[in-house]
Design a binder for this molecule. Sequence first.
Ligand SMILES: Nc1nc2c(c(=O)[nH]1)N[C@H]1C(S)=C(S)[C@@H](COP(=O)(O)OP(=O)(O)OC[C@H]3O[C@@H](n4cnc5c(=O)[nH]c(N)nc54)[C@H](O)[C@@H]3O)O[C@H]1N2
Ligand SMILES: Nc1nc2c(c(=O)[nH]1)N[C@H]1C(S)=C(S)[C@@H](COP(=O)(O)OP(=O)(O)OC[C@H]3O[C@@H](n4cnc5c(=O)[nH]c(N)nc54)[C@H](O)[C@@H]3O)O[C@H]1N2
Ligand SMILES: [Mo]
Length: 793
Amino acid sequence: MGPRTPYGRGQSWPEREDSYLDEGLTAEQVDHWVQSAAVLHSNGDGLDIAVKDGRIVGVRGRSVDRVNRGRVDPKDLFGWQANASPDRLTTPLIRRDGRLVEADWDTAMDRIVAHTKALLNDHGPSSIGFYTSGQLFIEEYYTQAVIAHGAIGTNHVDGNTRLCTATAAEALKESFGCDGQPGSYTDVDHCDAVALYGHNVAETQTVLWMRMLDRLAGTDPPAIVCVDPRPTRVAQHATVHLAPLPGTNVALMNGLLHQILAHDWVDHAYVDAHTVGYDELAKRVAEFPPERVARICDIAPKQLCAAAEILGTADRLLSTVLQGFYQSHQATAAAVQVNNVHLVRGMLGKPGCGILQMNGQPTAENTRECGADGDLAGFRNWANDSHIEDLARLWNLDPMQIPHYAPPTHCMQMLRYAEEGSLRMLWVTATNPAVSLPELERIRRILSQDRLFLVVQDIFLTESAALADVVLPAAAWAEKTGTFTNADRTVHISEKAVDPPGQARSDLDIFLDFAQRMGFRDADGQPLPPWRTPEAAFEAWKQCSAGRPCDYTGLSYDKLRGGSGIQWPCNSENPDGTERLYADGNFWAQPDYCEAYGKDLITGAPLEPTEYRAMNPAGRAIIKAAEYVPPHEPPSPDYPYVLITGRTVYHFHTRTKTGRAPQLNAAAPQVWLEISETDSRRAGIEEGDFVEVSTPRGCVMAAARITGIRPGVVFLPFHYGYWDTPPNPASGAHHRAANELTLTDWDPVSKQPIFKTAAATLRRVGGGRRPAPAPTNTASAPVAVAAGTAGSP
Ligand SMILES: Nc1nc2c(c(=O)[nH]1)N[C@H]1C(S)=C(S)[C@@H](COP(=O)(O)OP(=O)(O)OC[C@H]3O[C@@H](n4cnc5c(=O)[nH]c(N)nc54)[C@H](O)[C@@H]3O)O[C@H]1N2
Ligand SMILES: Nc1nc2c(c(=O)[nH]1)N[C@H]1C(S)=C(S)[C@@H](COP(=O)(O)OP(=O)(O)OC[C@H]3O[C@@H](n4cnc5c(=O)[nH]c(N)nc54)[C@H](O)[C@@H]3O)O[C@H]1N2
Ligand SMILES: [Mo]
């Protein structure tokens, strides 16, 4: 985390410039620096890429940037080395006689075009699906959205954002009628309490955590409430750490709200003026007194009350929410209760009073805005005909060409269609589903079917690419220009610094080439999409965003160059961007304007437009209460442990980049299993022992790390695919991917899969000769070390 730069409440965060250059190089030897931002998390840290002799040789933080003031996450300091990895994909590959062989672009693209045309002819647009990412650029998503929703006219378009921030988007739609992050990172500077719900910010947005650490080291540090079953660094710094049983978040939130209402820590004037639904909430949370909640969550009632008092009496409360809430069976219901805390306390739109329904991936926000996932471009409402007409006008198409008979199909449903055979072609870009989706045995079976034509567009030959019929080599970050938006709506430009290797091409160029070869045309016979360059795509996106919440019309490539990133909405009224949403208590929830009419929080059934209008005619914020429902797969005598999965600070997802950066790979080279002292004693497992973890779906072998995790719960990092990095298909026999174990099930509202609760059993297989290969300075610290270092960053 580097040296602390302490600051006090209301002051601005001091600068600190982090950098890393190739061994032996000095800044003076760098030929030039190219402006960009970080792409190994959603924080959007501004950084410059060092270039020498046409190669990337390092990075340094941009001190002018509002997000990081010069700091750089450890993954970004070293992760760029993967760009120059010798095993980058450099030519397209096609499957011939069962094997992937090199091909030229014409051959590969012709194959895709022939398949697309045949399917459109024989089965119609619904036989084609697109599964995209949270890691491309705005220009690429918008192009993809126009091609998929417009030119082809399929409703089967989703992103891996479904696994990531679908719940963030949904929780914002449920409470405020529309996606859009209310808060700002500068809320850290002003708050007197921070509540982190299922968010291990110390490992997953390290620069945001540095900001919090600097507040903690300064005068009037904020109180911290941490809700996480593991002893994360956040938990160690917490004023109150609640470690609930996984999957009980709604009960916990209802318990916290119960206390806030019982003590009348409520801003009634705000509630009356700006919200609907308070009475229903009061009725619901009355059923959740501390003793009941303590029983469900297995926590101490006193601790619950202590946490509630911090939330209830804070003068400025900042809340952040992430996967511990989002990847569970009542994801949206739980995340919405965090919004409710802010609504009942009237803590929105003021400095220090932020809600951060976090993003995870660097550009997940843009997948949602551009409608390359289960949304429509510009946060438009699929159930509102006039919004569809807007899109049709922008794309110069007949409205009937844009499917809107139902919300865009979510990824888990697309896979089901592929399994059943109605979906015949899936185009996967910048995601590795053969490692990141739940229940991998099933995913491998679906993706390797003969009747499914699978296109995978990546920078490496991943586990997923190996199953494809056509593999397209993409240019990576730093090899192409584009823009993207972080978790607090800050838009950055990322410029091309070096050429892509071999014949690799930017995702934008690949999509545009496909459109051209397909001969897509608008209503006037003009090419669709009409743009050819990133900047022209950005200009088209600006038009699409005009008048919508995510308004980019005040931005341009030139304006984004040279200084800090800028927060949307940025338009003629807010030429410098907008720090916080909803400062005036007006929400984007008006029936004619809102992105969604909302859903039932328990069943996920969508509300009818008329129901929504009747409930919320004036477009106020919506306080939605939720009953608690127990997890779907509770522990049983055969599977006595609750298995949760997640991240470590040194790796990004399926490690295609971080596994190829020597420093990061060395810091966490192999999978491990976190287990409590109590459980390890009972199961006769010692530090470093090899353990087989099984669920009804599969098994994984991992070395045991004994940590301060709560008893009854075990944790596996999900980073390790079934191949080594660089790939060694022969190692496929090693069962080490956490998703061999996870279940095919999702939150009924956001459709986000449940990665954080499964029932598991353990079997000691043999003694390890050394400690588990897990980091010791993170949530995976061994008990002994954790006890010795508690309190230090
Ligand atoms: N180092 C690193 N940083 C990353 C990424 C990465 O891969 N590596 N990925 C990025 C992306 S895409 C994302 S989405 C974010 C994710 O960032 P986080 O959400 O912070 O990361 P996770 O480790 O998935 O989960 C967070 C915590 O949830 C806790 N948890 C599990 N079950 C429960 C539960 O039932 N209730 C509660 N309250 N907590 C629970 C886990 O113990 C874990 O510490 O990180 C981003 N940043
Ligand atoms: N068990 C479990 N599973 C999880 C999670 C969990 O917590 N537990 N978390 C979920 C979450 S939040 C997420 S976000 C997902 C992440 O899951 P994935 O999206 O599958 O993970 P990545 O490894 O980031 O995959 C991105 C791919 O894009 C490639 N790539 C990088 N840059 C580019 C580019 O510019 N163009 C192209 N075409 N390709 C590029 C990379 O090489 C990589 O193969 O995993 C989810 N799965
Ligand atoms: Mo994510």
